[in-house]
Design a protein around this ligand. Structure first.
Ligand SMILES: [Fe+2]
Length: 391
């Protein structure tokens, strides 16, 4: 049964507005005059927005410092940014970029007020508990995927044998402001747009199906899925327009809230395990596993938990995303899986083998992954079968 009790956690002040980037200087100024701006590999710093931001902050009498996150954030990268900027008495941090940049900025905002290395505070890696103290943080996403702009955790990675992909988490680390300007996502290439969109879509579906879902998280997830519905086929046909960018930005923002309140399923259980060992975009991992993971989950529910609410929810998802009326629940459950398979194929989502994963890697990854909150409890053999199907 979907829970009828819930606690709404800390949320950012959400400013969702086309051309909202023009409001960033005033939002920064409202929090402090010495700002650390964290960006990615350079695309934002080469855009006209960068000069406008610099000029505006100068006119307002502010002092601007810059840090960059070139790829997925690492503990060493965060420590380095903090080492270089602690002496600047930073009063506000803003991160402008994709999910990795937002996570990096979020971690830097926290660690500017904490002692030691960030690795000491990572869940499952370090032994210290974050106390939640941080510099005010403004998240400005330029992709529509992870929903980091509305979550309380920053994911940091060390990729390779013995690697990890783990969270720095505290409710206070939720951004103070999420400034979401869908126009900033316009320049994102179509393939990356597909990965990001599939991440947000997966997060909405997994939190909707989660064993920890409440009607608060369900209503939010359902509303965002309805808004995303017309954009999914246009994503498949490479016809993504401005309306789709708005829908995707909204879906990503809401997915961060629903995952924070309901948790996620087996796809994201795989994502952290795979992401710690292989350099694969997070959204691609979600996209490539989504259809198979749900097919296996649905099959198990049909075999062992025929009264499960999740079966009703699978039918609702199929009804929402497919055409036609008055078919059986079973028809719509299958239709949902077929839609996921179609999205994977039409968006050209690559299998795991393209990234160096071999059959010999699967058992260890299946055992290390989790399916907490997945509507069916899948054993490591079932999880291995999901990976094998997408090798
Ligand atoms: Fe995700």
């Amino acid at each position: 049964m979907t829970k009828d009790s819930f606690t709404v956690k800390k949320l950012p002040r959400i400013v969702f507005e086309k051309e909202g980037i023009s409001r960033l200087p005033e939002l920064i100024e409202s929090r402090g005059s010495s700002v650390l701006v964290v960006t990615g590999g350079g695309s934002f710093t080469r855009s006209p927005h960068w000069q406008v931001l610099e000029g505006s902050l100068q006119r307002l009498g502010g002092e601007m410092h810059h840090g960059s996150i070139e790829a997925e954030p690492t503990p060493e990268g965060i420590d380095d940014i903090c080492r270089r900027h602690r002496r600047h008495n930073i009063e506000v941090v803003t991160a402008i970029g994709g999910g990795s940049v937002l996570d990096g900025g979020k971690a830097a905002a926290a660690m500017l007020k904490s002692e030691g290395s960030v690795v000491e505070y990572l869940e499952g890696v370090g032994t210290r508990k974050p106390d939640g103290t941080k510099v005010p943080f403004i998240a400005v996403p330029t992709t529509a995927g992870t929903g980091s702009e509305t979550t309380a955790n920053a994911v940091l990675s060390r990729v390779g044998p013995g690697g990890f992909k783990k969270s720095l988490r505290h409710e206070n680390y939720t951004p103070d402001i999420a400034l979401i300007d869908p126009l900033l996502t316009l320049g994102l290439p179509l393939q990356q747009t597909a990965y990001c969109c599939m991440d947000a879509f997966t997060q909405l579906v997994e939190s909707y199906l989660s064993t920890a879902a409440s009607f608060f998280s369900d209503d939010l997830a359902w509303g965002a899925l309805r808004r995303l519905k017309p954009s999914l086929p246009r994503l498949s046909r490479a016809e993504v327009g401005l309306e789709d960018r708005v829908n995707m930005s909204y879906a990503a923002c809401v997915s961060g809230i629903t995952l924070s309140h309901a948790g996620l399923g087996v796809v994201h259980g795989f994502a952290s395990t795979i992401g710690g060992r292989f350099a694969i975009p997070h959204g691609l991992v979600c996209a490539t596993l989504m259809a198979e993971a749900n097919a296996v989950t649905l099959e198990k529910l049909r075999n062992v938990d025929t009264g499960s609410l999740a079966l009703d929810k699978y039918a609702h998802l199929g009804r929402l995303l497919s055409e036609g009326h008055k078919r059986s629940d079973s028809y719509y459950q299958d239709a949902f899986i077929a839609i996921l398979q179609g999205l994977t194929a039409d968006c050209g989502i690559e299998p795991l083998g393209r990234f160096g994963i071999t059959a010999g890697d699967l058992l260890a990854m299946a055992r290390a992954s989790s399916c907490k909150n997945n509507p069916a409890d899948l054993g490591s053999d079932e999880r291995q079968a999901i990976l094998a199907a997408r090798l």
